[in-house]
Ligand binder design. Structure first.
Ligand SMILES: [Zn+2]
Length: 326
């Protein structure tokens, strides 16, 4: 269970206003960088704005006092980067990863040429704001980093290394996280758990529901370890998201198995969970976004709810920081 001090820190740092500010900057509502008028059109891996967002996110995390590293990989002849920001703890037994994906897509949108005929999505040029997918998860990672930074400034000290990682090219087949997990395994990294947030702002109304996905087709100890990690998230929820209904989706039948970056860590045998809005569970009408992979996935969309997103972000942050010994 999260300590009262951690709950207080999480509540102070991970607010709807903080979430809204981060999403606004990376999804084209506000300028990406203060003092520069450029607004992000798309974070698609094929968009020229993708690299600008990588730089802005790296700078923001660096300014929080974290050790930032760009993890580069190749995709279709391009060099893309994941962004990693670490608070290292000497002699720690392992690291806790708090993650999301920074890229976007609008591949389900309808687009028309100059004579009004339907044409395919152009990933280099068309708008793909991805405010929910996964601007919301990216904002949550940034807000959690701000929370940690404030806790460190107050003299708190984690027992485990904490890493914030923003993956690129998730929408292209988990490309960035697969490259990251492969490199982490080759480097002999010890990772106690990966908490991925992917789409946490879509809420049409009704009972707020949080889905906790730990399912995987990968057999072995990773199954129980991932389920236990999901249990930590569920345990943290009452303190910071009291009105939420929780849905734990586990096993190989989990509809999100293999569908977000947590899967890249399952493949390497590491415990991982993905937390999201009510989107993948088909036992009841979904309350998540109706703008999935469309140009209408904006901060101003009626399904985008920053109060809801902040509550999920607080839950995951509380679980992650507790796992890190705070
Ligand atoms: Zn996503």
């Amino acid at each position: 269970m999260p300590s009262p001090e951690t709950v207080a820190a999480v509540r102070a740092a991970i607010t709807p206003a903080a979430m809204r500010g981060h999403v606004a900057r990376i999804s084209g509502i506000d300028p990406l960088v203060e003092g520069d008028p450029l607004k992000v059109r798309s974070r698609d891996a094929a968009s020229p704005d993708n690299a600008l967002v990588v730089s802005a996110l790296a700078r923001r995390l660096h300014d929080l006092g974290l050790t930032v590293r760009r993890h580069e990989f190749s995709w279709r002849g391009r060099r893309l980067s994941n962004v990693e920001a670490e608070f290292p703890v000497a002699a720690a037994d392992s690291a806790v990863l708090i993650t999301a994906h920074l890229d976007s897509t609008a591949a389900r949108g309808e687009f028309f040429d100059s004579s009004g005929r339907p044409r395919p999505y152009d990933p280099a040029l068309d708008p793909a704001p991805g405010a929910d997918d996964d601007g919301s998860g990216t904002a949550a990672v940034l807000a959690t980093a701000e929370c940690l930074s404030a806790m460190i400034a107050e003299g708190r000290a984690p027992a485990r290394t904490i890493r914030f990682v923003l993956f690129n090219a998730e929408e292209q087949g988990l490309v960035g996280s697969k490259a990251y997990a492969r490199a982490a395994a080759a480097a002999g990294d010890r990772i106690v758990g990966v908490l991925q947030m992917d789409m946490i702002a879509g809420f049409q109304g009704g009972t707020p529901t949080m889905e906790i996905h730990t399912g995987s087709s990968v057999p072995g100890p990773v199954v129980g370890a991932s389920d236990a990690l999901g249990g930590l998230v569920a345990q943290a929820a009452p303190a910071v998201a009291a009105d939420f209904s929780l849905q734990a989706l586990a096993g190989s039948g989990d509809p999100a198995a293999g569908r977000s970056d947590h899967a890249s860590f399952h493949e390497r045998g590491w415990a991982a969970a993905a937390v999201c809005e009510n989107f993948f569970d088909d036992t009841a009408p979904a309350t998540g976004t109706r703008q999935y992979h469309m140009p209408g996935d904006t901060l101003l969309d009626e399904d985008h709810d920053t109060d809801y997103a902040a509550a999920i972000a607080r839950t995951v942050a509380a679980a992650a920081l507790t796992l890190a010994g705070l």
